[in-house]
Design a protein around this ligand. Structure first.
Ligand code: PSU
Ligand code: MN
Length: 306
């Protein structure tokens, strides 16, 4: 049984120990509208190449787990309607039944691990939703970070989540949450969350070193690097707070639950900010891709742990 199919570029990079950066595909199918999603997916891949690494966008297409997509596959996914959103729970079922699905952070980490990829760039991770004490809505991304050894570069947790509870779960799971270049935890569209980050690191070489050190210590999980959005692209916290509150009220009024919550809120915030949230989202994903390429490059220099 072939577990996954690497693109030619990814197969070559892995065989010759070149730096590779994993990318998720739920951000393409559920996180942004067409055609911006396709444009961003291509740009982010190019940002990683410009940073000296090889991009590996993950997706399950007709039952095959692809590690690195062709231009046609990327385009097909960006335009497809009704693509499944795959997390740890649904990935194997989708593959076994010949389905097509986009990978979340959790599923992308699983794919990266089996392919031998150590660094992954995304926009935001899933987390503990507000009201989780009633809904129990806690993303599988957090538990994946606790058990799968991949360094994930994200722009912090979105302010649609309960950030303090998200940090608590990550701590319980033994996940280092490392703010990059500042002491505060960033909040996706905003550089500031009002909360201190558990850890701070200021250079990619040290982050790579910490990744290798976890491996040497026999620690199974990953690292979360919280990279603040560039200042020129951020939407400040005060502007966003009432918009997020309204989007959440609307989600509740429409009875949106489970997997539908994050995509609904992202779409609603896009409408309420008249598209500004998308511009910020694009800027932060590209910023994360550049940092991830640097970390992957450092890791391949110091000898990637097996
Ligand atoms: N945050 C975004 N855009 C996204 C997601 C999160 O800004 O597209 C996606 C990611 O794929 C993440 C997933 O892994 O949502 C989390 O979903 P859930 O909360 O249902 O686990
Ligand atoms: Mn959820």
């Amino acid at each position: 049984m072939t577990l996954y199919t690497p693109s030619a570029e990814v197969a070559d990079a892995l065989a010759t120990s070149k730096p590779v950066v994993a990318l998720e595909s739920t951000i393409i199918t559920h996180g942004m509208p067409y055609p911006q999603n396709l444009e961003v997916a291509r740009r982010v891949e190019q940002d990683i190449r410009d940073g000296g690494a090889v991009p590996a966008t993950m997706a399950v297409i007709d039952g095959t787990l692809h590690v690195g997509l062709s231009a046609a596959q990327l385009e097909g996914l960006a335009q497809a309607k009704g693509v499944a959103k795959l997390s740890r729970a649904d990935m194997a079922v989708c593959m076994a039944s010949g389905g097509t699905g986009a990978t979340t952070v959790a599923a992308t980490m699983i794919a990266a691990r089996i392919a031998g990829i150590h660094v992954f760039a995304t926009g935001g991770i899933g987390g503990v939703h507000k009201g989780a004490e009633d809904s129990f809505d806690i993303s599988a991304d957090l538990l994946e970070l606790g058990q799968t050894p991949v360094t994930v570069v994200a722009a912090g947790a979105k302010a649609i989540l309960d950030i303090p509870k998200t940090l608590e779960v990550l701590e319980t799971q033994g996940v280092p949450v490392i703010a990059y270049g500042q002491s505060e935890m960033p909040a996706f569209w905003s550089r500031s969350s009002g909360l201190g980050a558990p850890l701070q690191m200021d250079n990619p070489a040290q982050i790579a070193q910490a990744h290798a050190m976890r491996k040497a210590l026999g620690l199974p999980g990953g690292q979360l690097v919280a990279n603040p959005i560039p200042s020129e692209d951020e939407i400040d916290r005060a502007t966003l707070a009432p918009i997020i509150a309204q989007a959440q009220g609307d989600a509740e009024a429409h009875g949106i639950t489970g997997k539908g919550v994050t995509p609904y809120l992202l779409q609603r915030i896009y409408e309420l900010t008249e598209g500004r949230s998308l511009v910020a989202n694009i800027a932060l994903v590209r910023n994360n891709a550049r940092l991830a390429a640097e970390i992957a490059t450092q890791l391949s220099k110091t000898g990637t742990p097996a």
